[in-house]
Design a protein around this ligand. Structure first.
Ligand SMILES: [Zn+2]
Length: 441
């Protein structure tokens, strides 16, 4: 047992985890709690990557990574106007060295020139975001000490799915696509991506030529389009993002600290930080916490600017999911109402009977009566026909007694609703009841 624990500690240490996320917060493995990440990487600047793939990715709203050979004498010389525009649209422009020769066995100074100069050329044209990833020509890796001076990740091509916390960012695997590897059908692409779903991993495709542009190992543009359609249709599962942004996300996620600064009735303040360089590590990570019971919905800001917030059901509970950039300033979640439930208030006084309503049908208010014989925790809510809670009227400990709670349905659509009471007494006895309510106007 002790050995086992030691192995876990050692393993955790090796992975470089220093994540401290306070309960009840959770960090998404992949953005918006998707199950797998997918990156499309393109090498060698072949013409149809720009003429066909780039507009196609824009059409789907996905970003691609273009690993660029920067030498102006390269067979497919980089068109910087096109690349600058692509970068502005969110695509990644990264290094595929200067001259596209194997780094293996090359003198240190020469290796360094290939890595450093290609990065400098790219950043001279595109200062933001930084050029932080590299694809090695012929998948031959450089010297680690040289690599680490300039890049946060490097791409090889061993064909495996990358684990969600890779052990070695200098050797991120990719899958060579196209005719050379008999990998040209939509099903080839999908089956690899589905295996990433199974392991919560990251699937990196490596593409060169498209249709008849002269590039190596051609992929047909129709095939490419069908794969993008598939990921669009399954966007709950797949996070399609650039190689560099997935690396940023992983490193931020694994170095993240999340702590709650304050909780008030209508506002929660959260601090989200990491230990990384904010010039490079500036992408949002997705977090979640339970939605406070008295909140119908939530909005959020970071450093005073609105951030994306989703209120979602996970198993039985409701959660607030939100984006935050580590070290990007204080995150504030704010209580909000779902439109149509503005007037959902509970009022308490005393009167008779066990879960009855008067009047029923009602418009717009009705009174719900219930009686407690022992001290109990009470949860009283109103649900719609789909079983979704539209309002939580009571969720607290109550002394024995007879209670009246007023429910105001103003703003809700006419129709059938259900009041639902669940109580649990101090000795663990549970009680539940449901009654139909009709809102007629
Ligand atoms: Zn290449």
């Amino acid at each position: 047992m002790r050995t086992f624990i030691c192995i876990i500690i050692l393993f955790t240490f090796m992975l470089g985890y220093s994540q401290t996320v306070e309960s009840p917060y959770e960090v998404a493995n992949w953005r918006w709690f998707r199950t797998a990440a997918v990156s499309y990487t393109f090498d060698d600047n072949t013409p149809n990557q720009f003429a066909i793939a780039l507009p196609m990715f824009n059409e789907f709203g996905f970003n691609m990574t273009l690993f660029i050979v920067t030498d102006p004498n390269w067979e497919y010389a980089a068109d910087w106007d096109v690349l600058e525009q692509a970068a502005a649209q969110g695509h990644e422009i990264a290094s595929h060295t200067v001259t596209h020769t194997s780094l293996k066995g090359m003198e240190d100074a020469q290796q360094e020139a290939e890595l450093k100069d290609s990065q400098e050329t790219i950043e001279a044209h595109i200062p933001n975001p930084k050029c932080i990833t590299i694809a090695y020509p012929f998948c031959d890796v450089p010297k680690r000490s040289i690599f680490e001076q300039y890049y946060i990740a490097g791409r090889i091509c061993s064909g495996s799915i990358v684990p969600s916390s890779p052990r070695d960012f200098m050797n991120i695997s990719s899958i060579i696509c196209g005719e050379e590897r008999n990998f040209n059908n939509v099903s080839n692409f999908i089956s690899r991506a589905e295996s990433a779903v199974k392991s919560n991993g990251w699937c990196v495709y490596l593409l060169h030529g498209i249709d008849d542009d002269g590039g190596w190992s051609t992929v047909l543009s129709d095939t490419l389009r069908e794969t993008l359609s598939y990921f669009k249709a399954h966007s709950d599962s797949f996070w399609v993002e650039t190689f560099g942004n997935v690396v940023r996300y992983i490193k931020e996620r694994d170095a993240l600290s999340v702590s709650e600064l304050s909780v008030q009735d209508d506002q929660i303040q959260i601090q989200v930080t990491d230990t990384l360089d904010n010039v490079i590590f500036n992408v949002p990570v997705t977090l979640r916490r339970p939605l406070p019971v008295a909140w119908a919905s939530a909005t959020g800001t970071q450093n005073g600017q609105p951030v994306e917030v989703k209120v979602i059901n996970v198993n039985s509970g409701k959660f607030i999911q939100f984006d935050a950039v580590p070290d990007g300033g204080k995150v504030v979640l704010q209580k909000a109402s779902i439109s149509g439930i503005h007037d959902c208030h509970g009022f308490l006084d005393t009167a008779p009977v066990l879960l009855q309503h008067y009047p029923n049908p009602f418009n717009p208010t009705t009174t719900i009566h219930y009686q407690l014989n022992t001290p109990s925790h009470v949860r009283l809510s109103v649900c719609n026909l789909l079983g979704q809670e539209v309002c939580v009227l009571v969720n607290e400990d109550r002394a024995p007694g007879i209670y009246n709670t007023m429910f105001n349905g103003a703003g809700l659509a006419c129709g059938i609703y259900f009041s639902n009471i669940r109580t649990e007494s101090e000795n663990g006895q549970k009680y539940a009841a449901t009654k139909k309510l009709i809102l007629s106007k």
